[in-house]
Write a protein that binds this ligand. Sequence first.
Ligand SMILES: Nc1ncnc2c1ncn2[C@@H]1O[C@H](COP(=O)(O)OP(=O)(O)OP(=O)(O)O)[C@@H](O)[C@H]1O
Length: 303
Amino acid sequence: MSQPAIELFQVTKRFGQKVAVNAVSFSVQQGEVYGLIGPNGAGKTTTFSMMCGFLYPSDGTLKVMGVEPTAPGALKGKLGALPQDAILPPGWQVGTLLTYWARLSGLPQPEKEAREALDKVGLTEAWAVQTTALSHGMAKRTAMAQALMGQPPLVLLDEPTAGLDPRVAAQVRQIIRDMKGKQTVVVSSHNLQELEELCDAAAILDRGTLAQAGAMSELTGQQAEFRVQIARGEVLPPELTQLPGVKDAKMEAPGVLLVRFDGQNHKPEEVISRTVGHLLQTGVLILGVSRGRSLENRVLQIL
Ligand SMILES: Nc1ncnc2c1ncn2[C@@H]1O[C@H](COP(=O)(O)OP(=O)(O)OP(=O)(O)O)[C@@H](O)[C@H]1O
């Protein structure tokens, strides 16, 4: 496997007595979309700020694209970042500001990059608008355009869809989807459905510590459990546990059968088909089958 895009090993950040991030370790592979999840105050923005090189870790090792992000110029041209509360300077037109930033980043065709990035975020018409005249959503998209200019190999987006209307939020999600496989993207959001849909893997933080990190399919139990919605008939869970691959079966709620299975040694489609087949044979009628659980359920379970 190639070198990870980001590697944290026992990273801690203290602000005086306050431990904002506590011995956190995880890595982000190149080309993946990686989610940072956690309730308010969990340490997401602090982690982002360390990845961007805005803050020094108090302890531990952090490598971004193979270098320490705080080393001067280490990530120039390699990193695009949308900070959580990006504030645009007053007294600039959007296009002029983006062009200026593109020039600062050393991009060879600054105005072209600025126009393309603004198009990408759906703000073509804002080129000559003063930054102070932008709505919150427009300012956020301008800041996002800045992060995308020059197509850097790593893009860090702290709550990119917060405060955007649904149509624009969908557009931003599409931009992230389009980057998958070509650029590495780290994204934080409180919208867990959005992260479940977008991310290949994620880290869940809770009060500064790492609660869990892994592939999205692991976090959502795709290889470990499924639910069967029962319309009618009597389900006998002990019979189901005799089926190959089934570890446990129980009625989770009226009409909802939860089956846990051994996804290491058995293919999910085979275990699901066997279970459904058995239920049908015993006269049980089924309304639906769903694999895994939602990321939201998982997060609520562990936090
Ligand atoms: N500069 C600072 N000085 C002191 N404490 C800080 C500082 N920055 C963050 N903290 C504290 O560190 C903890 C983590 O904050 P952080 O902003 O990283 O959380 P977050 O997960 O991004 O939260 P949110 O979802 O609300 O944005 C919080 O308790 C916060 O009060």
